[in-house]
Design a protein around this ligand. Structure first.
Ligand SMILES: [Zn+2]
Length: 307
C-alpha cells in the first residue's frame, strides 16, 4: 500500500479527544494490561470480543441520547498532518483512511442505495471517552455509536492487534475503520434499527442477527477496499497510489484473527457457536472477500439468502 503524499489530510473528519496535555504523538500510552500475564489476557479477550462490534454493544445506550458533550481540540493534529512528513504519523494516516472511506461512501451510497451519505467523524481518544452510548474505555476496542453517529478509536488498539493477535500489517488499520464506517452506513440505511427490532421480536436469534450485521460490515469494508484507489481528497488528489494483493491479504488475515471461533480458542474456552456475535473466521474472511471481489455493497446481503 502506498499513500499519495500529495493528498490533503482532512482533519475536520476526526475529533481529537486525546487530551490537551501533549501535542506529541499521542502514542506513548501503554496498552492497559498489555504487559501480558493473566490481567493482560483478560483485557485482550474483552477488547477483542467487543472490538469491531460497533453498534454500541456492551455500552449503556440508556444514558444521554444526545451524544458525547466533549469536543476535541484538533489544533495539534491539524498542524502535524499538514507537515511534509505527515504520512509518517499514525494519526495522520488514519485520518486519511477515514477521508478515503467517506469519499467512497459519498459516491457509492447514492449510486448503490439511492440515498445521500451523511458524513460521520471518527473520535480519537485515549483510555476513556464519553459517548452518546455511554462511557467507554479502550478495553472495548474501536466501535460505532449509533446514538451520536460517531466512530470511536483509541489508536493504541492497533498495537494490541499486532502484538497480541498477530494481525500485523498496516492494512489492518483501514480495514478496522472501514468496518466501523460500515456500521455507520447500516445506521443510515436503517439496517441497524431493523436488526434491533428483529432481535426484540426473536431474542433467541439475537446473536445470529448480530453476526449478520457484523459480516455485512466486513463485506462493506471489502467493497471499500476494492474501490479505495479511486478515492480522492477534496482537490481531486488520489489518496492511495496503490493497494497490493498483500494488503488485501492483511485485511483478510485480520478478519480471520478476530473471528469468534478463533477468539474463543485463543482464550482457552470451548468453541460455542451459540455465543458467536461476529461470525467465524471463515465467515468474516468470506464476506470481506465477497465485498472485495464484487466491489459492490449490494452483494453484501448477509440478511438475505444467507449464502
Ligand atoms: Zn462491527
Amino acid at each position: 500500500m502506498e499513500l499519495n503524499e500529495n493528498a490533503r489530510v482532512d482533519t475536520s473528519q476526526v475529533d481529537d479527544r486525546r487530551g490537551s496535555g501533549g501535542g506529541g504523538g499521542g502514542m506513548g500510552i501503554p496498552i492497559p494490561g498489555g504487559g501480558g500475564g493473566r490481567g493482560g489476557l483478560v483485557s485482550i479477550i474483552i477488547a477483542v470480543l467487543v472490538a469491531l462490534v460497533g453498534g454500541g454493544f456492551g455500552l449503556n445506550a440508556a444514558t444521554n441520547g444526545g451524544g458525547g458533550s466533549e469536543q476535541g481540540d484538533n489544533t495539534s493534529l491539524e498542524q502535524k498532518c499538514s507537515a511534509q512528513d505527515a504520512l509518517k504519523q499514525l494519526d495522520c494516516r488514519n485520518t486519511l483512511y477515514v477521508n478515503s472511506i467517506q469519499a467512497y461512501w459519498r459516491t457509492a451510497m447514492p449510486e448503490v442505495f439511492g440515498e445521500q451519505y451523511q458524513p460521520s467523524k471518527t473520535v480519537f481518544f485515549s483510555q476513556n471517552v464519553n459517548t452518546g452510548c455511554g462511557a467507554a474505555d479502550s478495553g472495548v476496542g474501536p466501535f460505532y455509536c449509533p446514538a451520536d453517529d460517531l466512530v470511536y478509536i483509541d489508536l493504541t488498539f492497533y498495537r494490541l492487534l499486532a502484538d497480541q493477535l498477530g494481525a500485523e500489517g498496516e492494512f489492518a488499520q483501514p480495514y478496522v475503520l472501514a468496518h466501523e464506517y460500515g456500521h455507520h452506513v447500516q445506521d443510515l440505511l436503517g439496517t441497524e434499527a431493523e436488526m434491533r427490532r428483529q432481535q426484540q421480536r426473536d431474542p433467541q436469534d439475537a446473536n445470529a442477527l448480530s453476526v449478520k450485521l457484523e459480516l455485512q460490515a466486513d463485506c462493506y469494508a471489502g467493497a471499500w477496499a476494492k474501490n479505495a484507489t479511486g478515492t480522492a481528497d477534496d482537490k481531486g488528489q488520489k489518496i492511495f497510489k496503490s493497494i497490493t494483493d498483500q494488503d488485501i491479504q492483511q485485511a483478510i488475515d485480520t478478519a480471520e484473527k478476530i473471528g469468534d471461533d478463533a477468539i474463543q480458542q485463543r482464550s482457552g474456552r470451548p468453541v460455542n457457536p451459540d455465543e458467536f456475535t461476529h461470525g467465524t473466521s471463515e465467515q468474516r474472511k468470506q464476506w470481506f472477500t465477497k465485498g472485495f471481489s464484487t466491489g459492490d455493497p449490494k452483494a453484501c446481503d448477509t440478511f438475505g439468502s444467507g449464502k
